[in-house]
Design a protein around this ligand. Structure first.
Ligand code: HEC
Ligand code: HEC
Length: 395
């Protein structure tokens, strides 16, 4: 583990698993930031996998802190608050004490980074479970919990950005003060220390125990998530959309999912069928209409805990029958340029299915938005074009 170089010796500080872990975690965290924050909504699938990768890496590091080689072990980098403040004072006086493994400030940063990354994974799972009703926590998290988790997730994103900046700053400052290249050490694994340095007894890794613990922890965790994922999504009434409703109200337009209007609005739609947005629907079969009225009354927005169900409960005052007049619908689509709705491939605001591939299920998932390509002749000339933010969109 050590080799003499003149009056110095090279010590293998970071074993291969610790180094691979470190750089994979960097890659996964940067990917998660880019796919979740920089790229548009439809990258959320990749974002999800970056999150799972971080979870697996953290589980590995947890195990390696127990069974890894000397400087990867938890015991080699747990310091008392007194030692940590002593070290920070040393940094301020520009003469910090030299540590072979993690120094106290670095160790504190590692614990904080691990805690924040765990928080990001948990709030991420709660957000997709509560807001999108997908993933392992869909059966547990309500929309409100998902919404709160999303806010915390965003706060943690900025927290971790600041911490990464602090971590990089710490590496630069310590490398400069101790004249040792910490980045190179995390790549080669070696540090050069004076021959006189007292080295702790070098504990070797326990590969068998580490592999078995990793398999148990990651396998057990995956099993729990898979089992949780089999729970029916919370606040999503079971069963397909009523067949009579689909048949009767799907003659002229794709039938609107029952979660898109509150019960009172559905009632208003059904009581004014002779003047249905310029159409006379009063000849629709009476028996079917009775069944539809019962179905819509029990499956209206109030019955759903999905994004659409929760947000589309307050009807427009002037036209309570229209989804597209609702304050929430308008504010959600405020950034969507009017000419997109006018495209021949879309038709009108009311043709949800043209842009939402999952409109029939009432999900309106972020990753299922795909605005049809534009016909150039329909687009106003000279108007500034929006940046392509959605899949399938090439203005
Ligand atoms: C004869 C054709 C026809 C039938 C049948 C029909 N609709 Fe419609 N519906 C329309 C038209 C036309 C519009 C207006 C679409 C537009 O403005 O682009 C409309 C609009 C709507 C809207 C408002 C959409 C918006 O812009 O927010 C709702 C809600 C609706 N229909 C519900 C129903 C229900 C419920 C039934 C079954 C009882 C039904 N429709 C049956 C033709 C029909
Ligand atoms: C021209 C395409 C288009 C049409 C038509 C359209 N939408 Fe959208 N919708 C979008 C886009 C784009 C977004 C994303 C807006 C954003 O995040 O800025 C969106 C967002 C949404 C969301 C929020 C989804 C999320 O995860 O953030 C809901 C719910 C929704 N639309 C419902 C509807 C309903 C209901 C209809 C039909 C009455 C409809 N939309 C018609 C393009 C469309």
């Amino acid at each position: 583990m050590t080799a003499m170089v003149g009056r110095h010796r090279r010590v293998l500080v970071w074993d291969i698993p610790t180094r691979v872990f470190h750089w994979l975690l960097v890659t996964a965290t940067v990917s998660a930031f880019v796919t979740g924050y920089v790229l548009p909504q439809w990258w959320l699938g990749a974002h999800r996998w970056a999150g799972y990768t971080i979870l697996v890496l953290l589980a590995f590091r947890f195990v390696w802190a127990a069974f890894g080689s000397e400087y990867s072990r938890l015991g080699s980098f747990t310091y008392s608050p007194k030692e940590t403040f002593g070290h920070l004072r040393g940094v301020l006086m520009l003469s910090p004490r030299h540590y072979i493994g993690h120094n106290p400030a670095g160790a504190a940063m590692i614990f904080a980074l691990a805690a924040v990354l765990c928080g990001l994974v948990v709030t991420g799972l709660l957000t997709e479970g509560g807001e999108e009703k997908i993933g392992p926590l869909a059966g547990i998290a309500s929309y409100a919990v998902g919404d709160t988790a999303k806010t915390i997730h965003l706060i943690l994103v900025w927290t971790i950005c600041l911490m990464v900046a602090g971590h990089l700053g710490g590496v630069v400052i310590e490398s400069w003060l101790t004249r040792e290249n910490l980045v190179a050490a995390m790549i080669t694994g070696y540090k050069v220390v004076p021959a006189s340095t007292h080295l702790p007894r070098h504990r070797r890794p326990h590969w068998g125990a580490a592999l078995a613990s990793c398999a148990a922890l990651i396998g057990g965790g995956a099993l729990i998530l898979v089992l949780l994922g089999r729970m029916p999504p919370r606040g999503v009434p079971p069963g397909p959309v009523n067949a009579t409703y689909l048949r009767t109200c799907g003659i002229c337009h794709a039938p609107y999912h029952p979660s898109l209007l509150p019960a009172a609005s559905w009632q208003a739609v059904l009581s004014q069928l002779d003047n249905h947005f310029g159409m006379d629907n009063s000849k629709l079969p009476a028996a079917a209409l009775v069944e539809i009225a019962g179905y819509l009354a029990t499956h209206s927005a109030e019955a759903w805990d999905t994004e659409a169900g929760v947000r589309f409960r307050i009807a427009s005052e002037s036209e309570p029958r229209r989804i597209t007049s609702m304050p929430a619908w308008r504010s959600i689509h405020a950034a969507v340029p009017a000419f997109w709705f006018a495209r021949a491939s879309v038709g009108s605001k009311s043709r949800c299915v043209a842009c939402h591939r999952d409109a029939a299920s009432g999900r309106f998932g972020d990753s299922k938005i795909s605005v049809p390509m534009g016909e150039r002749d329909q687009e106003p000339r000279g108007e500034s074009r929006p940046t392509p933010k959605y899949p399938g969109l090439r203005p």
